[in-house]
Design a protein. Structure first.
Length: 101
């Protein structure tokens, strides 16, 4: 299907779904329930069928959320932040320093 505005929708025989926006954004849904979104600026979002979440910023930052509630952030400079489902926090600096609490 093509929308009047130039968007595009494709459905695969297996039940997957692909949407392309007129601005260049992209959305893919897998038959298993996974989800992938790509923004026109180059950002990326992935959602797993189990509820995990991955975000990648156009600048190269990365965010992962586990189904259990853990969180991982990676900065474009190479820093790392981890938050456990229990609320613990770990930070790693681009230079290799480590902080936890």
């Amino acid at each position: 299907l093509q929308t009047p505005q130039g968007g595009l929708v494709l459905q695969t025989p297996q039940g997957g779904l692909v949407l392309q926006t007129p601005q260049g954004g992209l959305v893919l849904q897998t038959p298993q329930g996974g989800l992938v979104l790509q923004t026109p600026q180059g950002g990326l979002v992935l959602q797993t069928p189990q509820g995990g979440l991955v975000l990648q910023t156009p600048q190269g930052g990365l965010v992962l959320q586990t189904p259990q509630g853990g969180l991982v952030l990676q900065t474009p400079q190479g820093g790392l932040v981890l938050q456990t489902p229990q609320g613990g926090l770990v930070l790693q600096t681009p230079q290799g320093g480590l902080v936890w609490g």
